[in-house]
Design a protein around this ligand. Sequence first.
Ligand code: G3P
Ligand code: CA
Length: 263
Amino acid sequence: MRPGRPLVFAHRGGADALPEHTLAAYLRALDEGADGVECDVRLTRDGHLVCVHDRKLDRTSNGTGRVSAKTLAELDALDFGSWHASAATLEEPLEDHTRLLTLDGLLEALRGCGRQVRLLIETKHPSRYGAEVERRLVRALHRHGLAEPAPASPVQVTVMSFAALALRRIRNLTPRIPTVYLLEILPPGVGRGRLPFGARIAGPGIGLVRARPGLIPALRAAGLQTYVWTVNDDRDLEAVVAQGADGIITDRPRFVIDRLADA
Ligand code: G3P
Ligand code: CA
């Protein structure tokens, strides 16, 4: 992609083409040329971080109940892919199209994918487990040599949260990791560039950007970057590019990459 273009991140691995948060989805998005991928992390009953968006298993697997009530071994036995429309259209089975992905598994795969990639990790439910999610996240980053950002690192990690509390914990645990403050509404001061706990990137939802077209330019004027989610169609894409977004988080990385290449 040409310099000056926004970065393209595959939301949940690119949830449109393949089942979200599966290794098959992440690898396809990177093959298609995404600059990076986004994943949500949750804690299992036995303390593993797994890449799952919903609090419950029901929508994206053949299991039921809360992710946090299951052990990793119980989750590993579930099918996380067959619910998705792609399951009916695949000509050949894809590797890990149906398996749960752990954060460790994702970090391992990204480190070995043959080029430098960006990874946005969103911590879910930061208050329910004390600081356990952030502690385990930072421990995993240390295990993979990714806790200290370095220009040559194969995976450039950024941590995101809607909760300022989570950003504070990350800053205390690993102060140099960049953070994104995710926004659905605009808290006081944020539009003038005051983000909590050292965050330098704002992450507004597309609904907020539509409602406040001056937001991205104002954040830019305040010296901040903006990553917008979830941008999946032409109208929104044109608007956020025109307003100067630095990153686009999308379920349709191929579509966004093609449109940006044509622009
Ligand atoms: O990238 C931020 C975005 O993922 C937040 O929304 O619900 O998809 O995690 P959600
Ligand atoms: Ca997310």
